[in-house]
Write a protein that binds this ligand. Structure first.
Ligand code: AQP
Length: 327
């Protein structure tokens, strides 16, 4: 069974993009590791109380999906090896490579100053993945470039110091890899978007979901057709509906031929309400059991630390560091 690793940042309430692009692809299986990447969540100034809350929220979603039964769930900052391996990646990657990262360019655009952490973030992500000899990384489309960089860094290190790292590969879902904002459908749906109407949260009530989809920006014209260039709003809703119902987009186009946007939106809203209902109900039930969530995460951290330790030893040895003998 291939080693699978993926991470989710505890930077705010999870949305349907996080679910369709990443969480829904996660499988509970031995050798699969799912990480709440809290070190990634401080690249911007943050509220410490919200970081803790966000960590429990992401853990609740993972547990609601049953991932704790079989795979390893843990918090990144509980396993210091990620940080040490990041330094080795920092000395392997180049400024030019990081400057080419689309996400960095988008987040830094128009700002006078950004943290070094925001710039270096893909190196920490590379360390997260490589530490566990990961083969498959289920992610949304926005993270594909970072996984490709991870491969490049692994190959460079292997060619300099001898075969050490496994080369990972991004795995994306056929539908829902890039869910767009409901209010700005040319942009990705984002946790950090301050506009609550831009995103459907996993914990939104059915009425909130219906209201947000009713107000979703659509395009002029009347045709319900998948055309991300000309009709980004309608295309986004078709993709969401297809991802949740399993109906191919071409079939949805046939079903809605000649129908009004209003009727289409009502049916998308019902698909979302029903598609998210079981997850939301489980998340709400689990959220009240903070003690149990913490127990699962502590146990996961111990397992992850043990799984990552041999690789880190190997890297240190390959790089020529002197060993510290046990006292
Ligand atoms: N809009 C999206 N469509 C499909 N997949 C998405 N993902 C994120 N947004 C979408 C995927 O969700 C996983 C976890 O994301 P993350 O927590 O690492 O954060 P992110 O990629 O930076 O996206 P967010 O949630 O929108 O946060 P901000 O606002 O900080 O940019 C990843 O696999 C991601 O691809």
């Amino acid at each position: 069974m291939p080693r699978v690793f993926s991470g989710v940042q505890p930077t705010g309430a999870l949305h349907i993009g996080n679910y369709l692009g990443a969480l829904r692809q996660f499988e509970a299986a031995p050798g699969h590791l799912y990480c709440i990447v809290d070190w990634h969540a401080i690249t911007e100034p943050h509220d410490p109380a919200l970081l803790r809350e966000g960590t429990l929220h992401v853990a609740a979603a993972m547990i609601a999906l049953g991932l704790h039964e079989g795979s390893t769930l843990f918090v990144q900052s509980h396993v210091p090896a990620h940080m040490e391996l990041m330094w080795y990646m920092t000395c392997t990657g180049t400024m030019g490579e990081l400057q080419r990262m689309t996400q960095f360019k988008a987040k830094a655009q128009g700002r006078e100053s950004v943290s070094v952490g925001l710039f270096a973030y893909p190196l920490l992500m590379a360390a997260d993945i490589l530490l566990y000899r990961t083969e498959k990384v289920p992610v949304g489309e926005d993270q594909k470039q970072h996984v490709e960089l991870t491969r490049d860094l692994a190959e460079r290190f292997n060619s300099r110091y001898g075969k050490t790292f496994v080369l990972p590969e991004a795995v994306m879902p056929p539908a829902g890899a890039r869910v767009r904002s409901l209010t700005k459908p040319t942009e990705k749906m984002s946790k950090s978007d301050p506009d609550p109407d831009s995103k459907i949260l996993l914990l939104d009530s059915p009425d909130d979901i219906r209201r947000k989809i009713k107000r979703a920006v659509t395009d002029t014209g009347r045709e319900i057709r998948h055309d991300p260039e000309e009709k980004p709003g309608i295309s986004n809703l078709l993709e969401i509906q297809s991802a949740l119902t399993g109906t191919p987009i071409s079939r949805l186009e046939e079903l809605y031929a000649g129908k009004a946007y209003r009727e289409f939106k009502e049916e998308v809203a019902e698909a979302v309400v029903e598609g998210l209902r079981p997850l939301r109900e489980k998340m709400v039930a689990i959220a009240s059991e903070a003690g149990e969530i913490e127990r699962i995460l502590q146990e996961g951290a111990r397992k992850a630390a043990a799984l990552g330790a041999p690789l880190l030893e190997d890297v240190r040895r390959k790089l020529g560091f002197m060993e510290l003998s046990p006292s």
